[in-house]
Design a protein around this ligand. Sequence first.
Ligand SMILES: Nc1nc2c(ncn2[C@@H]2O[C@H](COP(=O)(O)OP(=O)(O)OP(=O)(O)O)[C@@H](O)[C@H]2O)c(=O)[nH]1
Ligand SMILES: [Mg+2]
Length: 628
Amino acid sequence: MYKILVGHVVQGSRDHSIRKTSFYTCTTSLGRSFHSGSWVARAQDSDDNTPRVVDGWERTIDGLPDYTAEPRGRAKGVEWKLRAKGRNFVDFCRIKVSGGQGGDGCVSFHREKFVAFGQPNGGNGGRGGNVIFEASSNETSLQHIPHTASAPRGVHGKGSLMHGHAGKDLIIKIPMGTIIREVPSPEKEKADLEEELGEGEGGQEVGAFHKSLELGETEAKDREMSKRWVLYPRLANSLTALPEGKVNYFEEAQAWVAEEDRIVEARRAAMSQKPLLLDVNEFTDDKTQFLVGRGGGGGYGNPHFLTTQNRAPKYATRGREGQTRWLTLELKTIADAGLVGLPNAGKSTFLQAVSNAHPAIAPYPFTTLNPYIGTVDFSDSYQVKVADIPGLIRGAHRNVGLGHSFLRHVERSKVLVYVIDIAAEFGVKRQVKGVDDWTPDEDFEEQESQKQEVDPTTTVNAEYSQPFEDWKTLLDELEAYQPGLTRRPSMIIANKADVTEVAPKNLTLFSKLVHEEWARRRVAASEADQRAGVSKADSAALASAASIQIVPVSAKYKKNIVKVTTLLRQIVEKEKAKENDALERKQQREQEEMEEALAFKKTRRNILSKAPSNQNAKSNFSNSSSEE
Ligand SMILES: Nc1nc2c(ncn2[C@@H]2O[C@H](COP(=O)(O)OP(=O)(O)OP(=O)(O)O)[C@@H](O)[C@H]2O)c(=O)[nH]1
Ligand SMILES: [Mg+2]
């Protein structure tokens, strides 16, 4: 069992303090920060679980026979990664977008010497800015997306018929592969939940706000009115104390505006019936824009209410509120092939060997934290995009290790490439250094009991293949993430084939077991399809290839790379051709449907035009009667 104890030595002083970490959870740091002089002691312990103390200056561990000390930096990196769960790369976020409010209209009258009653000349308000998402191939993460995005409001109108200009649109760049979904607002979610639980307060009215403030009725009315109307300062008096026999033009104007409001509301309601769902997929062009938060319209200036009767309207309307939406953004990287493997299998090394990418490579687990895309260039300018994602481990679907949320980045890959470390000792269960250390405590006991089943020192089981177990772990994790994901066209890279003592033996057993398992899974999948009532043609289309190719590779020494890239290209090209065919068929079907609809319209028009209408019949009749 590995235990990690951290001794903290402050540079330049004799002071030292200890921090104990249990497996991966750090307990306390005694309120001190770690400096470059810190050390990590790893001790191979018996089953004694009591915390040990590192004697700082001498760096000996009380009661432990042997240990190796290594610079703190590395362990700190892994610890940090596990705590942060790779969150410096953001692939899921929530955002509130609000279009800008429209500018208010203006109440103003022309003023000039010797012109006693100038005409109304208040300008209209400008419309509020829109919130727009723009697809951008230069973005790779959602890290820069803010929690709220509000576009600026429109400028108010001014006298002399000066209309306010529109608010500037707020453009937010989003990476290719983002899925945008509209979700209910937190208030609505809360209200729905309360209603479900029967705790709701029973439809609080909008006007309740004023009631709660105990405003007078006229005051509350004034306030409601001031939300929609800009009134000329001296209008209020003239409204309340209207002389006998005078028409209240303001009421008339209120009726028009109310009618217009009703139409706008109905239109908005019709538009927002379906929640927004946008997919910025590989068919989207760069710089395509999506309007997600519409700005409110500007208010009308007082000339808008000018009529032949009312020559001096003393009111204007305020701008409308912009549209507010709560959205979630989910980034699913777009690549042709996705590398899936356990930590340390050599995924990043492989990507570096085949492409122009330079991912971090190191002999410890969870080196890669963010998906990384590399492009494989072929001599005829053909390109295949390959995505490297953080390593998966057993239980990743329960959020063990870095979890399996990163699989969303291979979800859109056409081909799955399993990277397997073939250099495991033959017939022996791997004593995992590092990987299983990082599993949470609840899994630990389970793993311990499993470890005891195969004693590495005594048994060499010629039937046992660690690479095969690794591959099965990957398949299970992929299936747990999304059932049916393993049916994608796939290939296996048996990496580290340069370790000649074990690789050939491992490879023979591995290939045998893989082909058996693959055939078994294929049969099981088709049976499951039959049970689920999937038609035979659909089931055949879904089924994975009859056999899976295994290519031994040494990513580190770049051996057999050409073979693997050629094979990868073949599979990708085949898949692309299939996709293009499907797309063409779909487009053709749509075209045919459209032509059919057009033809139907045409014939209908012809029939209608040939049929004698009543009016024609009447005129014919009248003509004939006049002739008579
Ligand atoms: N001998 C040998 N070692 C290799 C080969 N490929 C990778 N390695 C070593 O394996 C270690 C891990 O390689 P990485 O490429 O970082 O592994 P990874 O799968 O990306 O690991 P994570 O990012 O943690 O998931 C490094 O020390 C590599 O040098 C190979 O073909 N032969
Ligand atoms: Mg890596």
